[in-house]
Design a protein around this ligand. Structure first.
Ligand code: SF4
Length: 353
């Protein structure tokens, strides 16, 4: 059964008119869907009961539901979101003072297979639809208490956003649209592990979003070890990021998951300074959050704070702007790189990541 949220505005209008309603009533229905995030037809109070019944006969309201929520001690909340076919993804609400950031997913699993990441351990099962992506924002918004609102959105959860632009772009339009969810484009950051051609298409759609590039290493050989499916040279990825986003005055963020002894050595800092030193950007260092199976399989370790500080200091001395991400929600596996396929077996023959 198709959900109303899966319809474009034009499709919803056609549906309402075919069901005996008026065009303006389609806008009322859309308002209930996206401004109020209703989950039930009965909540659409200004829509006539006859029209609601006609719509309900063939359409669900939403394409997903929250199957499980897990609250960490620091207030981070992870939602397990389930779709009509039983597949699930996770999204994470991260409160931080005045800010509340939501991290959403774009694919069930991930095809990129970064060696340190739980999301990519079983490969990708499928892309999310635009509605399945946008509804994660509705579910998160519904869980916020009185007076709290989502201030920032990061597309950094499960999946590689650039490999699902057909779902992501209409979802972001709905999230950004003042008649939709209405979140400013500048509060939205999309993260990619680097696909120059797709980055170009993304930027052409709306360059006012922020871009984060998961770089992890400035040296192509080392990067290939950490991101085995990476095919584009780092110089090409960086050039694409700055061609499309730097030119618009948007700052590009480079994410670096730091792994002890792998990519946090002085020579790794030197390579990063050589690559990024002259560019308007911020490097965000993320000390790796250990995942049991990956520790056992890859022998990876989280670096000590002293090593992280030394790496950050070296980058700063080289002229780079650097931030270090605090660990949030780790007691519920909600930290970066720990979102994973849960409660579903891996697909037959899936790569081990
Ligand atoms: S870190 Fe991101 S791109 Fe890499 S496997 Fe995990 S979800 Fe995919």
């Amino acid at each position: 059964m198709t959900a109303l949220t899966e319809l474009s505005d034009a499709e919803l209008q056609d549906l309402v008119v075919q069901a005996g309603g008026k065009a303006f009533q389609a806008r009322q229905v859309a308002h209930w869907l996206w401004k109020h995030g209703v989950t039930d037809y009965a909540q659409m109070r200004n829509v006539p009961a006859r029209l609601r019944d006609a719509l309900a006969a063939a359409h669900a309201v939403q394409a997903s539901r929250v199957r499980h929520a897990d609250l960490a001690e620091d207030g981070t909340e992870k939602l397990l979101v389930e779709f009509g076919d039983g597949e699930t993804v996770e999204c994470v609400i991260i409160p931080d003072g005045e800010r509340t950031t939501l991290c959403i997913s774009t694919q069930v699993g991930c095809p990129v297979g970064c060696v340190f990441c739980a999301s990519g351990m079983f490969g990708v099962r499928r892309n999310l639809t635009a509605a399945e992506i946008a509804e994660q924002v509705l579910h998160a918004r519904a869980r916020l208490g009185e007076g709290r609102r989502l201030t920032n959105l990061v597309v950094m959860g499960m999946g590689e956003p650039m490999l699902n632009l057909d779902g992501l772009l209409p979802a972001l339009r709905r999230i950004h649209d003042p008649d939709g969810i209405g979140m400013g484009a500048r509060r939205i950051t999309v993260s990619t592990s680097g696909y120059p051609r797709q980055m170009e298409r993304f930027a052409a759609a709306d360059p006012s979003y922020n871009l984060a590039v998961s770089l992890h290493a400035a040296d192509d050989r080392l990067r290939k070890q950490l991101v085995p499916t990476a095919t584009s040279p780092v110089a090409e990825i960086v050039a694409a990021a700055h061609r499309y986003f730097g030119q618009k005055g948007r700052e590009v963020t480079y994410e670096v998951v730091l792994l002890d002894g792998k990519n946090d050595r002085p020579r790794d800092a030197d390579a990063m300074i050589a690559l990024l030193g002259q560019l308007p950007c911020t490097v965000n260092l993320i000390p790796w959050n250990p995942v049991e199976e990956i520790v056992a399989r890859e022998g990876l370790r989280r670096p000590q704070t002293l090593r992280v500080d030394a790496f950050a200091a070296a980058l700063r001395a080289g002229g780079l702007k650097v931030t270090v991400r605090r660990q949030r929600g780790a007691d519920r596996s909600a930290a970066c790189g720990q979102l994973r396929l849960r409660q579903s077996p891996p697909p037959a023959g899936a790569p081990a990541g």
